[in-house]
Design a protein around this ligand. Structure first.
Ligand SMILES: Cc1cc2nc3c(=O)[nH]c(=O)nc-3n(C[C@H](O)[C@H](O)[C@H](O)COP(=O)(O)OP(=O)(O)OC[C@H]3O[C@@H](n4cnc5c(N)ncnc54)[C@H](O)[C@@H]3O)c2cc1C
Length: 511
């Protein structure tokens, strides 16, 4: 049957159709009915078990996907003595952070969340001359990555970390299948310029973001909201250079004063008083809405274009801003429909061009601006998530649950685009929840770990744990556990993280 694709409609019409007003609708109640609605059907694949393919690598640990989670997993496994290969379909590590122009790292808002891998990464980034500290007020805690991971530094630093740890990185190689035997993955199959090849390993780590290896291996997966079946919206991020950032900053402040006298942001006010080099973030959300609406009235922008607009100045990359937009209308495009996901790219590119032209024509500071970089990977916030031994739910966040086998902590809010954050109760300062090791392993495949945004959890839970520092810490723990299990003859899905000696663990729960 030929694949079809739904015609995009404006998000405003969509909001009406879908009746999104109630946050509870998107959170799901966690009943079995709702989970069933999100269950992804089995994936079409080829049985490679009898195929006569060369074995290119026979290793302890094979990590598929070199994003925030996968790179951390590979480096951590190799540092613990495991012979490790990292398969990446692109030619840079970093995933969304490098190929997807995602910047900056969001804070976890949880004191003590930086695991050793993150601390090491920060040190290395600073040694490259990439400032990791955002220009926020010093009393604002900013755990987890500290924000400023300049993509051009990150690719280099990741290569360096892999090389030092002895990770074999296989770039330009895409996972196309898995061979399973008796509840284990025996090999994964990759496509390269030379053709297909097998990689055999004792343990596999799925860090593809799309749970691709897990789904090839028959692990149950879910996609989208339990209630609506719809994924989080995708974006196609880009950077603009040639900007007079200071001028943009002052103009934004003026808008704030003109339109929203009462929401004069303390952080911005303080920065203005100090005349310090601005780290600024402008967002349509609440503040500059009126300005962008004028762009719709004049025909320069569409309603879709203005539904989510955000931009960050990049400390260390002068005259440049990272655009967290455009966001493609979520009813029109789905990250779990291959044809739709592809069409979203060209649709997003047109949106980006309109936004850039609008900024240049109307936003003081953008007079000489131009698009200097465009994502080479579509910005997928959420697609498939596995159903592992533990299933993270919104309640884990709301109840600030801790676990003996926790691999990291975070207090990052449930961030579902389309739904105003203030609809969700946020954890109080000092509170955080933890992610248990069991959310990284499955019942079905004993030698598989899953780290990053496709780990086990509901739509709402993923909307919190998906941020980069948390993905890194999950990957770090996965790598450590994989190597530990191999050394001690314990299957990955039988490893009990809480029984590893404390000095072996990247994170130890305080209970
Ligand atoms: C638009 C957008 C804005 C965001 N903003 C922020 C932000 O400001 N701050 C923040 O901290 N987080 C942000 N996030 C979330 C965060 O970027 C991601 O959730 C996180 O980077 C996911 O990391 P990951 O390693 O799980 O997956 P990814 O970064 O997606 O990495 C997956 C890797 O696997 C590779 N891969 C996939 N399939 C295959 C295959 N078949 N074979 C080989 N390799 C494969 C990919 O090429 C990629 O390198 C944002 C996300 C989006 C989409």
């Amino acid at each position: 049957m030929e694949k079809s694709f739904s015609i995009p409609i404006s998000r405003r019409s969509f909001m009406k159709l879908a009746g999104l007003a109630a946050a509870g609708t998107l959170l799901g109640s966690g009943t079995d009915d709702r989970k069933a609605e999100a269950a992804a059907p089995p994936m079409a694949s080829v049985d490679f078990s009898e195929a006569d393919l060369p074995v290119w690598f026979d290793v302890d640990v094979c990590v598929v996907g070199g994003g925030a989670a996968g790179t951390a997993a590979a480096v951590s496994a190799a540092r613990k003595g495991a012979k490790t290969v990292l398969v990446e379909r692109g030619i840079t590590l970093g995933g969304l952070a490098t190929q997807g122009c995602v910047f900056p790292c969001m804070p976890t808002f949880a004191d003590g969340s930086d695991t050793p891998y993150i601390e090491d990464l920060n040190r290395r980034m600073e040694a490259q001359g990439s400032p990791t500290q955002l220009g926020f007020e010093t009393d604002t805690y900013y755990g987890g990555g500290k924000g400023q991971y300049m993509p051009e530094f990150l690719t280099f630093v990741y290569d360096e970390m892999c090389e030092e740890a002895g990770v074999e990185v296989l770039y330009d190689a895409a996972l196309v299948g898995a061979i399973t035997d008796s509840g284990k993955i025996a090999a994964c199959v990759v496509q390269t310029v030379e053709g297909l090849a097998k990689i055999t390993a004792k343990v596999f780590i799925d860090a593809t973001g799309d749970a691709l290896l897990s789904r090839f291996a028959g692990v149950p997966a879910e996609k989208g909201s339990e209630k609506t079946g719809r994924n989080q919206p995708m974006s196609l991020r880009f950077e603009m250079s040639g900007i007079d950032v200071g001028k943009v900053y002052h103009f934004s402040l003026q808008l704030l004063k003109d339109y929203e006298k009462n929401v004069f942001d303390k952080m911005v006010e303080k920065a203005l008083r100090e005349h310090r080099p601005p780290f600024i973030e402008f967002a349509k959300w609440k503040k500059n809405e009126y300005f962008f609406k004028e762009g719709v009235s004049s025909g320069e922008l569409t309603e879709d274009d203005i539904l989510y607009i955000q931009a960050f100045s990049m400390t260390g990359k002068p005259h440049t801003m990272s655009m967290n937009c455009p966001e493609m209308p979520p009813l029109g495009f789905s990250s779990t429909d291959a044809v739709s996901r592809s069409k979203a790219v060209s649709f997003g590119r047109k949106m980006a061009r309109r936004l850039a032209a609008f900024f240049k024509a109307n936003l003081p500071g953008f007079e000489e601006a131009y698009i200097s970089r465009e994502a080479s990977m579509v910005g997928v916030r959420e697609s498939w998530r596995i159903r592992g031994k533990y299933y993270m739910e919104a309640d884990d966040y709301f109840k600030a649950r801790h676990f003996p086998d926790a691999v990291c902590r975070t207090a990052y809010p449930i961030d579902i685009h389309d739904v105003k954050l203030d609809l969700f109760e946020k954890l109080k300062k000092g509170q955080y929840y933890e992610i248990p090791y069991r959310a990284l392993v499955t019942n079905e495949i004993s030698n598989l770990l899953v780290a990053g945004r496709c780990a086990s959890g509901s739509f709402a839970a993923q909307a919190s744990f998906r941020i980069q520092p948390t993905c890194m810490s999950m990957g770090e723990a996965a790598g450590i556990a994989a190597a530990w299990g191999i050394r001690h003859g314990v299957e990955a899905n039988e490893v009990r993280w809480e029984t590893l000696p404390k000095n072996e663990r990247s994170y130890v729960s305080e209970g």
